[in-house]
Ligand binder design. Sequence first.
Ligand SMILES: [Zn+2]
Length: 81
Amino acid sequence: MGCRERAAKDDLLRIVVVGTQCVPDRRGTLPGRGAYTHPSLNCLDLAVRRRAFPRAFRVQGPLDSAELRRAVETVAVQASL
Ligand SMILES: [Zn+2]
């Protein structure tokens, strides 16, 4: 999703949908269909702009990605430390 660059699954953030919200699944344990993006705002924003999430989860949009964005921001900050 997002930038469509290839990456090892370990480097990607798994995302699932709970209700109408995209949530990060960092342990990979949440049930349901998963989508993957790089844990970067760049990649996430691309995915959001392309409406990749509703398509990936086969739901009629829109999906709330605010929490997901916060999570990616946290990951990005930690990675840069
Ligand atoms: Zn990406």
